[in-house]
Design a binder for this molecule. Structure first.
Ligand SMILES: Nc1ncnc2c1ncn2[C@@H]1O[C@H](COP(=O)(O)OP(=O)(O)OP(=O)(O)O)[C@@H](O)[C@H]1O
Length: 514
């Protein structure tokens, strides 16, 4: 066996010493950076160093951010799905999750991890970067918390540009200074995006399911969510459909026909020079199914929903930004429009209706008004966008501003009302799976005289799986409702009788004085 030469062992010791001293220096630098440089500046420092080094590099890096200002960047979502499929437990670090609604685990790329992919023999490096930013560096609405910005970096050799990048360019359609790139169908990016779309519905992130978008108040925005004041999407898993909806059959058919006509009339709207949008006003007492109808519409058309809380919007600019950030094929819902609009303001000197109930008297110059909101929906916004449905809901149509009721303001008025015997039968069939029962006649005759909402009926029917028990609860509920109504009307009669008697006494006294 050959013994190592003394020179070799000396060299090995020298290399080990050099490595140890380098590692020690790196650790010292790391701890100094951690100790003296605040986290929000660290990201900038490192990206600055990276930027400087990249000048001498043959590599190109594409940055794919989660949000494009206020809207979701579809490319980021696609990259998430695409890379998640490439994760394996043999990697150094992967993020594993399982939501309560799903019975499988999801692997995803963890923060600040990298992954190498190959495409046509070219190596491409993905990195998932996450860094904290100071809210001062973002457009924000009163949030003082740090915000986490996440993006993917895709790095490849510059000479691979034609294969990785979309090829041709054209000027941006929305008039900003950015360049719009057309898809090169053979490019890596196109393949990544396309394969994610083709991989079908709900593979990993429910990427393709309908979304319910709402604006979270800034204090509830999570650090990994969108910027405060942007739309936050959640998957819309609500099962309400037109089949499960208890409402007048004729009205239901009218809505369905209207929706069908709307979606197939793209050319028609273009020909007549009207924006491809439709406005519905849903009105009726609380619990009659207005929200359920909106969901049924979204499920029927496969549209996203944007739930617009007008009372939370402070300025015109904010409203414009939010409306601009909505996508085509969507339903914009403006709930309880009677509560968010102050009627009395319309007749005030300014002639403007404030959408912020707290600001009736002294309207700020830039505050949102009803007329501006309607103008915006009718005007520029609608001319830019396609296939939009706007739904206004109210519990009190009598309180609505006439601007919302005048002819042409709404395309369809949809009254939602108390439960009828027909609707009760549909609910009984949905909730209990029965079409007949001895108690049906009694319930139906009570329902015609008592005003109960579908929500109240549904509540009773859910009390038991056993039809006789649930229907018994329904009968008791209706009898109690009737008892309360009779008591109220008797009290009212008693009060008016008393009042009449008192008036008689007053009259008699007055006559005796005269
Ligand atoms: N017409 C209906 N058909 C079937 N289910 C209904 C109907 N109305 C109400 N429900 C049931 O009651 C629940 C609440 O109803 P929903 O929120 O749609 O009423 P709403 O009219 O929008 O009430 P609010 O005005 O208080 O917002 C629904 O989730 C649904 O289960």
């Amino acid at each position: 066996m050959a013994t190592p030469a003394p020179n070799d062992s000396k060299n090995a010791i020298a290399v080990a010493k050099a490595m140890l001293s380098t590692a020690a220096s790196v650790m010292v630098v790391q701890s100094v950076v951690r100790k003296f440089i605040p986290p929000e500046f660290r990201g900038f420092l490192f990206s600055g160093i990276r930027g400087f080094l990249s000048r001498f590099s043959d590599e190109m890096t594409m940055v794919i951010e989660r949000y494009d200002v206020y809207t979701q960047n579809e490319l980021f979502e696609a990259a998430q799905v695409f890379l998640a499929a490439k994760q394996s437990l043999s990697m150094r670090r992967v993020r594993v999750t399982k939501s309560t609604k799903e019975n499988h685990f999801t692997l995803a790329m963890d923060r600040n991890q990298t992954l190498v992919d190959t495409f046509n023999g070219i190596k491409l490096k993905w990195a998932f970067v996450s860094r904290q930013v100071n809210p001062g560096n973002q457009v924000h609405h009163g949030s003082t918390d740090q915000h986490e910005v996440q993006y993917f970096e895709l790095t490849f050799h510059k000479k691979s540009n034609p294969i990785c990048l979309p090829s041709s360019t054209r000027p941006s359609s929305n008039g900003n200074c950015r360049r719009t790139l057309c898809w090169n169908h053979r490019s890596y990016l196109y393949n990544m995006f396309n394969s994610t779309f083709k991989s079908g519905k709900g593979v990993i992130l429910n990427f393709f399911s309908r979304k319910l978008n709402f604006v979270s108040p800034s204090q509830f925005v999570s650090s990994t969510g969108p910027f405060p004041g942007a739309w936050s999407p959640v998957n819309l898993n609500h099962p309400a459909t037109f089949q499960t909806l208890a409402m007048d059959a004729e009205l239901k058919k009218r809505i369905l026909d209207d929706l069908d006509r709307f979606v197939r009339r793209k050319e028609y709207y273009r020909r007549v020079g009207k924006a491809w949008k439709r406005r519905y006003l849903l009105y009726g007492p609380p619990g009659t199914g207005k929200s359920s109808l909106v969901v049924a519409m979204a499920n029927y058309l496969n549209f996203d929903i944007y739930d617009l809380e007008l009372s939370g919007i402070q300025t015109n600019a904010e409203l414009r930004r939010l409306l601009d950030a909505t996508m085509n094929q969507s339903i914009l819902v403006v709930k309880d429009i009677d509560c968010t609009i102050q009627l009395q303001d319309r007749t005030s000197e300014t002639g403007a209706t404030s959408m912020n109930p707290t600001s009736t008297g002294n309207r700020r110059q830039d505050q949102v008004t009803l007329s501006e909101f309607l103008n915006f929906i009718d005007g520029l916004w609608s001319s830019c966008d396609d296939e939009r449905i706007i739904v206004f809901t109210t519990n009190h149509i009598e309180k609505l501003d006439p601007a919302l009721l005048r002819p042409g303001s709404m395309d369809l008025h949809v009254p939602m009302s108390y439960c009828t015997p027909c609707e009760f039968r549909l609910l009984a069939s949905n909730y209990l799976g029965i079409d007949h029962h001895d108690l049906f006649d009694q319930i139906e005759s009570l329902i015609t005289t008592e005003r109960v909402t579908p929500t109240e009926v549904a509540e009773q029917l859910m009390k038991s799986d056993e039809p006789r028990v649930a229907l018994g609860e329904m009968v008791s509920f209706l009898l109690i409702t009737r008892g309360k109504r009779m008591k109220k009307s008797m009290r009212r009669k008693f009060i008016s009788l008393n009042w009449l008697k008192r008036m008689e006494v007053v009259k008699k006294k007055a006559a005796s004085v005269n």
